[in-house]
Design a protein around this ligand. Sequence first.
Ligand code: VAH
Length: 307
Amino acid sequence: MTGNILVIGALGQVGSELVENLRFKYGESNVVAADIKEEGTGGIYEKLDILDKDALRVIVDTYAIKNIFNLVALLSATAEKHVDYAWQLSMDGHFNVLNLAKDGIIEKIFWPSSIAVFGPTTPKHNTPQDTVMDPNTVYGIAKQAGERWNEYYFNRYGVDVRSIRYPGLIGWKSLPGGGTTDYAVDIFHQAKKTNSYECFLHADATLPMMMMEDAVRATMDIMEAPVNQIKVRSSYNLAADSFSPAQLAEEIKSQKEGFTISYAPDERDAIASSWPQSIDDTNAREDWGWKHTYGTKELVTEMLAHI
Ligand code: VAH
């Protein structure tokens, strides 16, 4: 990437790790973090509501921004409680950034999609890049619409927007908020505190998951890839390992003696059941060299070592 970088949603689960890595690679002074909160966590920070396009433009002009990572969204479980705002935040926020590129003010955009774009009739195993997509959550519907606009803005206006369908993301440096896959982070915090965990999904709720380090590396790699390698302009499937709560618990038990799990499924269990169990990410591996480095065992070792 050439030119300065703006990360919007910089205080979130992905944003906080992404900013740290971007600043390490591109220099502290070339990466601006922005979020809705008054205060950041170090480095150049701007309070920004992505729905305020004038305020966004002031930041872009002030810091000569050429690349925007737009990570702003209400995650799946929270979005169900704030339907209108979740849709507005995702879609109007996306348009505010897309139109900066359409107008030639910025050069490149990263916008995250999710496995939430898939729905109950999507093939559950080794879900293809192109397949049936009938999301039944606000979050998934917004991500599906956003993917369609990615492709439209690329084809119609030549906007270089790049996207990845994140699986459930697991990291120790930041906390998730309001997601269905958050159990896979919460479990480690509870394992440390009480050596036990009550899971809000059922035991066999298998989902595609990924270590945050892999997800952040993929996010930076897709933005660095030569433009002719980006052949999917909606959003790329991306995967590492898939596991169920029971399988994750077994791996934790094998590394932390005496750990126990119990199950009390709540409304998030139905969301998890609507998503795929495993993902075919051949396109990302072939087009821009994606490969994961953390399997389930390595993920558990890393999380137990740091939390
Ligand atoms: C969520 N962590 O649970 C997010 C993610 C695939 C799940 O999009 O909503």
